[in-house]
Design a protein around this ligand. Structure first.
Ligand SMILES: *[C@@H]1O[C@H](CO)[C@@H](O)[C@H](O)[C@H]1NC(C)=O
Ligand SMILES: *[C@@H]1O[C@H](CO)[C@@H](O)[C@H](O)[C@H]1NC(C)=O
Ligand SMILES: *[C@@H]1O[C@H](CO)[C@@H](O)[C@H](O)[C@H]1NC(C)=O
Ligand SMILES: *[C@@H]1O[C@H](CO)[C@@H](O)[C@H](O)[C@H]1NC(C)=O
Ligand SMILES: *[C@@H]1O[C@H](CO)[C@@H](O)[C@H](O)[C@H]1NC(C)=O
Ligand SMILES: *[C@@H]1O[C@H](CO)[C@@H](O)[C@H](O)[C@H]1NC(C)=O
Ligand SMILES: *[C@@H]1O[C@H](CO)[C@@H](O)[C@H](O)[C@H]1NC(C)=O
Ligand SMILES: *[C@@H]1O[C@H](CO)[C@@H](O)[C@H](O)[C@H]1NC(C)=O
Length: 414
């Protein structure tokens, strides 16, 4: 998980597979309302009390403003609704949050930390595009600008859904996440409809330097019927009308990190995407449009930092109507993430990937593993120009049965 979306704004308008069972306006009778205490007071107690009272078969209404949250918090929601018109503002106390006893470790993947976990079933959280989470990330980014970052080092994920069934998160804004913005894990039938995440450095000391790596827009793990980006063992995903401004692009992977698991990504449909490179002074490292990556076939150390050697597959991914503005490599597939020279090739196979109706600028590169060459690479109406007017070049290594990529230079085995 070295790569991340740095800034990501998206509107997801999709219903996937089974319909979400929560019907708004039907049912809950208990209502709890609250407003920020203000004046430097701590809101954590009143927020927990409201959710304890109305989180099951009730409605909790947060008035506008900032709610001062000073410790880790779990919401268990059952057949209920939360209207969040304000922001849960997590105190920017880096030392406090980096102490492992002050966060949860419900996310198995890379043992990441969470400061806010929502669990349960049949609920709606509607933040009305006027609330959500304030991660107060600037002090974090500045702090880590001069320190080593490692996966699993305790930087907290802003918004964690864990063990959730049938839920909707709507018009929810996450400002300045210190680390990953969203994760959904061990969950099914979750719709994120109208999400916003924005991690933009404003510290002039670091202008033009990427100090916000790992601020992924979305991650998912072991989940089915979800609308989001970047996942392991996530199936039946659909994404529509998403805009990605800056960051590293849309990632599939890194898969194959845990040798004891097969990672599976299957049936992903993404339509109407716009991937826009930001001002280089703000975000210097936006190289890829959509990219696919696996760890190599050898095991190099252990997660969260090392790994590799796992099997599985990534298949049946369709990306349609994609517009690129200024990214360097539109589609990139590589199977050497986190690896070293001499590693065994990955056995995790990428197949049946379709790229339909792409427009914009750049070149392309697909470096499939020699141990599991990629079949079914389908490019249809793929019109990517190079910014200086040169002929675009495409590199294909260990690609079998490719269609539609003009002059794809198939270079033997890697
Ligand atoms: C949040 O509450 C703590 C007290 O626990 C206080 O020290 C801090 O100043 C408050 N922060 C804000 C932004 O009000
Ligand atoms: C971590 O937090 C716990 C609980 O607040 C505290 O007992 C412990 O001393 C802290 N550890 C460090 C290294 O600060
Ligand atoms: C997941 O949630 C269900 C109820 O929604 C509960 O019965 C189960 O124990 C939870 N599983 C875990 C691992 O927390
Ligand atoms: C992201 O946040 C920065 C800094 O607050 C702001 O200037 C920018 O407009 C925001 N981007 C979007 C897409 O809202
Ligand atoms: C994906 O959805 C289809 C149709 O609902 C279902 O048959 C299949 O089991 C789902 N895949 C997984 C891995 O859950
Ligand atoms: C993913 O699913 C496959 C097949 O069910 C399973 O073998 C593997 O252990 C799962 N991986 C994880 C990380 O749960
Ligand atoms: C393609 O996506 C764009 C948004 O990026 C949308 O405005 C346009 O209508 C889509 N075109 C088609 C044919 O769906
Ligand atoms: C890829 O597509 C082919 C042809 O439709 C199909 O036979 C094959 O099962 C697909 N592979 C996977 C892994 O789904």
């Amino acid at each position: 998980m070295r790569f991340a979306l740095i800034a990501f704004a998206a509107t997801f308008l999709s219903t996937i597979g089974g319909a979400v069972a929560v019907e708004e306006g039907k049912g809950p009778s208990k209502v709890c309302t609250l407003r920020p205490l203000g004046g430097g007071l701590d809101d954590t107690d009143q927020v927990e009390a409201a959710i304890a009272k109305c989180g099951h078969f009730g409605t909790t209404i947060f008035g506008p403003g900032e709610y001062n949250i000073t410790r880790k918090m779990t919401w268990d929601l059952v057949s209920s609704r939360v209207d969040l018109h304000g922001y849960l503002s997590f105190k920017p106390d880096i030392e406090y949050w980096l102490n492992a006893s002050n966060t949860y470790r419900v996310i198995f993947l890379q043992n990441q930390a969470s400061w806010f976990v929502v669990t349960g079933h049949d609920f709606v959280i509607d933040a009305h595009a006027s609330g959500g989470i304030n991660g107060n990330g600037q002090p974090w980014w500045s702090y880590f600008a001069t320190r080593v970052r490692e996966d699993g080092d305790g930087r907290p994920i802003a918004f964690t859904l864990s063990n959730v069934t049938r839920a909707v998160v709507r018009d929810f804004r996450i400002e300045a996440q210190p680390f990953w913005c969203n994760i959904v894990a061990d969950s099914s039938e979750v719709t994120y409809d109208g999400m916003y995440c924005n991690a933009t450095n404003q510290d002039p000391t670091y202008a033009g330097i990427n100090i916000v790596p790992n601020t992924d827009g979305f991650d998912s793990y072991r989940s089915d019927k979800i609308t989001l980006l970047r996942w392991d063992n996530s199936t039946n995903i659909s994404v529509k009308d998403a805009i990605c401004r800056g960051g590293n692009g849309i990632a599939f992977g890194s898969v194959g990190q845990y040798v004891q698991f097969n990672d599976i990504i299957d049936n992903v449909y993404m339509e109407n995407l716009k991937i826009i490179r930001q001002d280089l002074q703000i975000q210097p490292n936006h190289h890829q449009g959509v990219y696919f990556k696996s760890w190599p076939g050898s095991v190099d150390g252990v997660p969260p930092v090392g790994g590799g050697g796992a099997g599985g597959y990534v298949s049946n991914v369709v990306t349609k109507n994609v517009t690129l503005e200024g990214v360097i490599v539109p589609v990139h597939l590589y199977q050497t993430n986190g690896g070293h020279a001499g590693d065994a090739p990955s056995k995790l196979q990428f197949s049946n990937l379709s790229f339909v109706d792409w427009t914009g600028f750049s070149e392309g590169s697909n470096q499939c593993s020699s141990a599991a060459p990629c079949p079914g690479m389908n490019f249809e109406n793929f019109n990517i120009a190079v910014e200086n007017g040169a002929t675009p070049t495409y590199t294909c290594i260990n690609v079998v049965s490719e269609t539609g990529l003009p002059g794809c230079e198939v270079i033997g085995s890697a």
